[in-house]
Design a protein around this ligand. Structure first.
Ligand SMILES: Nc1nc2c([nH]c(=O)n2[C@@H]2O[C@H](COP(=O)(O)OP(=O)(O)OP(=O)(O)O)[C@@H](O)[C@H]2O)c(=O)[nH]1
Length: 337
């Protein structure tokens, strides 16, 4: 049985918050009770849920948070609160959670996902984005092999979510609805870890890029600015580019450095520093970074790109693509900054 608290112990501090293209997902804390109550206390929101009462009193929200935190501490539940990355102080967009459940006829406990999105954010794909992040975490970090969802047949929005997640219909189920004092007919959907990972790979193909940290005699590093019109325009990056099919990264980098900066580099002058592995919205970037202190020719930008020679301790003054962030300390270490 997977332990849903497994990723919150010592040494795993960097697992949370999970981040997605638009959201930050942080573990539930007692401080969230009132913000959650304010969003959930909405008849349109609770219409399709089994156990959210309406009206939703402040003490009910506090009690729910307390109970949930107790279950989270036991590894039986994991609830994350989603906020927009561009509005971190704004009220939450919604919540997504996993819980372990056991019906009388279940041979083994099952892991069920649940989510809600505040009404102001409906129709923008947030439920799918939150659920994908949490399922990805469950599958990759917590050893969860199968995730279920239960929803009411008339909940069209949730049906779209489970379909977009790639879940398949498993059959009908009756769900206890304590807030209504009854049970309700619902539909069971499910997704295996393998199917989830296959869908993720198809949605986000792997792109291999080779990049170089050119280092001058003063220990400064060359950054190039992404020109207007390109993705992530205006950010500073290491020179380099995509590998051609079958091309080794060193060869690709040497070719790119000649094309972009008119310099000739020999393979022996490239030393690996580290790599970036980052999920962008439409592709997964894998990018080895090589240090290079020697080249031939006069370095001259060939594509009109702005360049800067940057002292290692000043690298953070230059906004870089998110994939590059983890490479900065490695480069600073190398250069003794
Ligand atoms: N060269 C380079 N590319 C980087 C860095 N960090 C990073 O995320 N990338 C991404 O890796 C890809 C490099 O592709 P590329 O250099 O061949 O092509 P491009 O800029 O025209 O990219 P595009 O296909 O996004 O327009 C881009 O999507 C770029 O945003 C970096 O430090 N150097």
């Amino acid at each position: 049985m997977p332990d849903l608290a497994a990723a919150s112990g010592e040494g795993c501090a960097r697992v949370y918050p999970l981040t997605t293209d638009r959201l930050t997902l942080e573990r539930l804390t007692p401080a969230e009770a009132e913000a959650i109550r304010a969003l959930v206390d909405d008849p349109a929101m609770v219409r399709f849920t089994a156990n959210i009462p309406h009206p939703y009193a402040p003490e009910t929200a506090v009690a729910w948070v307390e109970q949930t935190l107790a279950r989270m501490a036991e590894g039986k539940e994991l609830v994350l609160v989603a906020r927009r990355r561009d509005h971190p102080q704004a009220p939450p967009v919604g919540c997504v959670g996993l819980l372990t459940e056991r019906d009388p006829d279940d041979a083994a406990p099952r892991i069920e996902i649940g989510y809600w999105v505040a009404r102001a954010h409906w129709g923008q794909g947030y439920a799918v984005e939150m659920a994908r992040a949490l399922i990805g975490h469950a599958v990759r970090d917590l050893g969860v092999g199968f995730v279920e969802a239960r929803l009411m047949a008339e909940n069209r929005a949730s049906l779209t979510v489970v379909q977009r997640l790639g879940m398949t219909y498993l059959g009908p189920a009756r769900v206890a609805a304590p807030a209504r004092g009854t049970t309700i007919e619902s539909l069971r959907y499910g997704l295996s870890a393998e199917a989830f990972l296959a869908a993720e790979r198809a949605r986000r193909p792997l792109v291999m890029v080779a990049a170089g940290a050119l280092i001058d005699d003063d220990g400064r590093v060359l950054l190039c600015r992404r020109p207007p019109g390109k993705s992530m325009a205006g950010l500073w990056e290491f020179p380099g580019g995509k590998l051609d099919p079958g091309e080794p990264p060193e060869e690709a980098l040497i070719r790119e450095l000649a094309e972009e900066l008119a310099i000739k580099v020999l393979p022996g002058c490239l030393a690996p520093i580290g790599f970036a592995s980052h999920a962008y919205p439409t592709f997964h970037l894998m990018m080895p970074l090589f240090a290079c202190r020697r080249w031939r020719g006069t370095l001259a930008p060939q594509e009109g790109q702005e360049i800067a020679w940057v002292r290692p301790q000043r690298l953070r003054d230059y906004p870089m693509p998110p994939a590059d962030e983890p490479l900065i300390p490695a480069l600073q270490d190398l250069l003794g900054a």
